[in-house]
Design a protein around this ligand. Structure first.
Ligand code: XBP
Ligand code: MG
Length: 252
């Protein structure tokens, strides 16, 4: 019997990547005097790697011919330099969140409230930085919404990030629940590989970056959770209603 819903954050709760994280990365690069510009298309390629620090290391190794740490940088060792840059990126991302620039996706608030009213436990399993989660919740649902989640498993709390199953296994361990008692919500192939690797039934809501990803084996794939006046498109699986509601979730 389902006792908990475990939500991914970026791309699932909110469409944060294209106009949020990507913009924040570019703001940090500009502040550091780097001529790096992650446009929408390039960022879509870089999203193959989860984790902002890992994504920057991926960019340096796979997309730059050469890279030398700028002489005026405070850090001389590459991982420390990347970590420092990531702190500044997170600073700029939180600024964007605090302006209310990034809303929740359609249906997310309604699904969270339906689940709460039905007595289900809520949790988060995300690769992003913990502050990014609390500030997304604070800026969209208010301070008390942070308390709606029994577990917020985020970022570096696990060694291996998505697509490894670690973050979902960690969340279930902290919940004290088995995979059979939980349903996961994801938006990307890396995320689905992670939740599926943890043997979790998974409901996927795609976005512009992940529409063509492989979600074979997902319980249900939609283009969004949707609302009565903004129906979801069913990409795979079956759903009796025109938008994702608790009945549909518990029927997968
Ligand atoms: C998505 C990610 C994160 C964000 C950037 O996480 O891979 O790395 O792109 O956030 P998820 P950070 O879909 O699991 O929520 O820079 O804080 O990593
Ligand atoms: Mg995601």
């Amino acid at each position: 019997m389902t006792k908990a819903l475990i939500f991914d954050v970026d791309g699932t709760l909110a469409d944060t990547e294209k106009d949020g994280h990507r913009v924040a990365f570019n703001m940090a690069f500009a502040e550091a005097g780097l001529d790096w510009d992650w446009d929408v298309a390039l960022y879509g390629k870089l999203l193959a790697v989860t984790g902002g620090k890992e994504r920057m290391a991926f960019y340096i190794s796979d997309f730059l011919d050469t890279f030398s740490i700028p002489s005026d940088a405070t850090e001389t060792e590459l991982s420390a330099y990347i970590a420092n840059m990531h702190k500044r990126k997170t600073h700029f991302y939180l600024q964007l969140l605090k302006t209310g620039a990034i809303p929740l996706r359609p249906g997310v608030e309604r699904v969270l409230n339906e689940a709460r009213q039905a007595g289900l436990t809520l949790a988060i399993a995300t690769t992003t930085t913990p502050d990014n989660v609390t500030w997304l919740l604070r800026s969209t649902l208010g301070e008390e919404s942070i308390g709606w989640f029994d577990v917020i498993a985020a970022g570096d709390i696990v060694k291996d990030k998505k697509p490894a199953a670690d973050i979902f296994l960690y969340a279930m361990d902290k919940l004290g629940l088995s995979a059979e008692q939980c349903i996961a919500f994801e938006d990307s192939e890396n995320g689905f590989l992670s939740s599926n690797g943890a043997n979790l039934k998974t409901i996927v809501t795609t976005n512009d970056y992940t529409r063509d990803h492989d979600f074979s084996g997902a319980a249900l794939v939609l283009d969004q959770m949707g609302e009565a006046d903004n129906p979801a498109e069913i990409i795979s699986g079956t759903m009796s209603s025109s938008y994702l509601n608790l009945d549909a979730i518990l029927s997968v």
